[in-house]
Structures are given as C-alpha cells and as structure tokens.
Ligand binder design. Structure first.
Ligand SMILES: [Zn+2]
Length: 170
C-alpha cells in the first residue's frame, strides 16, 4: 500500500528535528537524492531547489515525513533564532553570575558557575545559550553533561552551568 508522506508541520513542536536517529532525505530538483543535511539544506529547501523529507524510525515501523515547516526546522537547528523554543531573546543578555561554591577543583578544566538572567530570558535550549554566551562573553559552556536550574516558576531562576575555567578569565 502506498501512502503520502506525513506532515512534520502537523506535529508542530513535537516533531523531533534533532533526534540522532532521524534520517533526512533531500530530493533535489534534478532528481538526485541525498541523505543527511548540510549548511545549505535549509536554503535549498526554502528556495524550492530541493524538497526535504525525514524518516522517523519507530519500534515496529518507520514513517516518512515531509519537512513542510522549514521555520521549525531552522529554529530547531539554530539556523534562525526561535525565541519560543529556546526561551532566549536574540539580544545581549543581562547576566549576573558567580562561581559556584560547590565542587571547586582549581585544576579542573571546567568549573561550575551560577547564572541569573536579569533580562527575563529562560534557558530551554543549552546549545543556543552556549552559542550566545560564547559570542557575548567569550565563555565556553559545556553542552554535554549536566546543567541545572532551580527556582520557582515566575520567580527568581538560577542556573548552573559547566564552563571552561580559562574562558571565564579572559
Ligand atoms: Zn536575555
């Protein structure tokens, strides 16, 4: 039985654009088929040079989706800034930070810091926050491993991040 691909747009924010096991398939205008994605995928799909699909693997069957909401796709990969997804405005954050008193090993490459965003942003996407802090403060925030937040919704929120010690000192 043949079926049309399902719509990624219909899944909205639930579509796992960044899932490791998702297989992107790009069908180019000239009929060429490639898989995976590169820096040009978004532009090609947006301009109609190609059509982007993805296979979402499941336990018993896999589904083919057409990536028909390219803004969601671009937001998920940080190609365009997505404030709703990341919780972060596209601005220079007003950051209050201090070194964490816990686990300070002076010779470790990374150290923990506690951060408060006075500008009212929240951190929902660590990759985006790390990229912004790298540009704005020169920090190297570790994006693998743990980070945390504490505080009450609507109240003061404090985050803990692992940051390369040297990048704090520069
Ligand atoms: Zn902010």
């Amino acid at each position: 039985m043949q079926q049309d691909p399902r719509s990624a747009a219909a899944s909205g924010k639930d579509f796992p654009y960044r899932m490791q096991t998702l297989c992107y398939i790009e069908v180019h205008k000239d009929g060429r088929v490639t898989h995976g994605r590169d820096n040009g995928t978004y532009e090609r799909a947006r301009s109609g040079e190609s059509t982007l699909y993805a296979v979402w693997p499941g336990n018993y069957r896999s589904d083919l989706f057409i990536i028909d909401d390219l803004d969601e796709y671009a937001g998920a990969f940080g190609i365009i800034h997505d404030q709703e997804r990341t919780g972060l405005a596209d601005h220079v954050h007003d950051v209050k930070w201090q070194r964490s008193s816990i686990e300070d090993k002076p010779r470790a490459q990374y150290t923990w810091i506690e951060v408060e965003l006075l500008c009212g942003c929240t951190v929902k996407d660590l990759d985006t926050f790390a990229a912004q802090m790298n540009k704005q403060k020169g920090w190297n925030v570790a994006t693998s491993g743990g980070w945390g937040s504490s505080g009450m919704p609507g109240g003061k929120q404090t985050y803990s991040f692992r940051v390369r010690r040297k990048s704090l000192e520069s």
